[in-house]
Design a protein. Sequence first.
Length: 420
Amino acid sequence: MKKYKRTVILLIIIALALSFGCGPREEPEARDPVDEDPRVVVPSPEDMLVAAEDWKEEYPLIYESFIRTSRMQDNKVEDSSLGGLHPIDYLKKYPNIITLYEGMGFSKEYYIARGHYYALEDVINTSRPKPGASCLACKTSEYEKLYVEHGDDLFARDFQKTSQEISHSISCYNCHRNEPADGEIQITSPHFALGIEKLETTPKAGTQACAQCHVEYYLDPETREVILPWDNGIGVDEIESFFDERDYYDWEHPRTGTPLIKVQHPEFEMYTGSIHDQMGVSCADCHMPRVEENGQEYKSHWAKSPLKTVEESCGRCHGADNEGLIAQVQEGQREIESLQVQVSDMLVKLIADFGVALEEQELDDDTIDQLRSLHRKSQYRWDFVFVENSTGFHDYDKARETLESAKEYAREALNILEAQ
Ligand code: HEC
Ligand code: HEC
Ligand code: HEC
Ligand code: HEC
């Protein structure tokens, strides 16, 4: 499709047609209640309120809580030499990933995610390669402004050059545009505006806001557009089949030649269909609960671990035993983490043995293809759970089943190698 036409259509989908509410639409049943509000308009770039400070006076408590995303813990002073809190180095914590991600950026540098306050700074500072301005899609409140200005040409535009033109990390604009009053959610990320059309059900507003970014995605190899691989559904197998149908891979493992998929952060996909999702709990209900401080009640905007606000986030359903509930969460997480490490141990062995067998030319072409296919399937499933940031909590059953099937694929490959 022509670039110009694409941009116009997308902007129409995400806003303009809706601002005139009664205009004819081709697919009325696909309408999204969040966007139905007739006030939804894309402001012209000079009118976009992209700084969180723009709302400081009107919503002081919300603003202050939002700024707390610059901390990871209560009242901890930030370490200024690191531009914030101490990042956790995954390469030290999980050394197996140096082997699993060999041949790509994440084997050289991989820190734990931090708060929204740091999103822009962290993407600029990472030494991993950035193939285009698309990498800013989830890091700044100014992305829509750039998109209105550049259209689809934005995606492949030089990252460095584009990041010098902006200065704000994620802010109110990402989820509310210029209309935060009443907590109305507006979708501003172009990829999610398209992605949501592929979903079978419409997530709650407090989930949509987060699914703009906390999802699996890939960049179109030519245009660098951010694409949500949801055409077949958002389950682990459906997303894999989307990539398989396109022979898509992010990189080839240097030792085994396996074309691998690097999963990103599929919180939305993992969460969808879970017990809590079925109960109608949104991401924001747990991560940004309504809280009371000094006698004033407000909607916290400190997106962080809900275990820091168990009473407010969970108490209404789980009662008053906060410590007991935290222990229950962590027990589940420990189980998932230990299974995750077990699978990664198997993958390390698979990569080593497969690499040696290839070097020694022991394998025929069919066996090589079969082993690569098993490696791809197993590592994709392991990665899906590993990079999902809740260590399984968002859906323990799904996380466990996914790792169990990763284990089976790895076991099958190891058996083939042993039989050689
Ligand atoms: C990551 C997305 C996100 C960002 C960023 C964000 N909000 Fe919100 N905001 C939400 C969600 C989600 C809700 C609750 C809506 C719901 O659950 O239906 C909300 C609710 C609100 C409400 C209504 C509160 C109430 O008592 O009901 C206001 C006002 C608001 N936000 C202001 C702001 C301001 C000001 C900023 C910037 C400092 C901001 N928001 C940043 C997602 C966001
Ligand atoms: C515009 C994109 C965007 C939106 C919208 C967004 N996030 Fe994030 N979020 C990020 C990025 C990027 C990071 C990592 C920032 C960093 O490491 O510098 C992050 C980090 C986080 C973290 C801390 C990271 C961690 O693993 O401890 C939490 C918690 C979080 N987000 C929750 C939410 C919730 C809940 C919502 C919806 C209310 C939401 N986010 C909406 C992009 C977004
Ligand atoms: C029922 C409550 C609940 C819901 C709903 C929920 N989460 Fe979580 N989330 C958690 C818990 C509990 C953790 C684990 C926190 C920990 O280990 O400290 C977590 C972890 C995370 C993390 C890592 C944060 C950290 O500090 O470790 C992110 C990011 C996140 N969730 C995003 C989301 C998104 C996006 C959604 C919606 C698609 C969502 N969550 C829905 C409870 C919830
Ligand atoms: C709207 C009500 C509701 C809220 C809010 C809620 N839960 Fe639940 N939760 C349930 C129900 C219902 C179940 C399933 C029955 C059960 O196991 O108790 C459940 C199950 C669980 C389980 C059992 C493991 C699982 O996933 O099957 C854990 C752990 C849990 N919740 C933790 C939390 C935490 C932590 C929070 C807050 C961050 C939270 N819940 C918020 C209703 C809720």
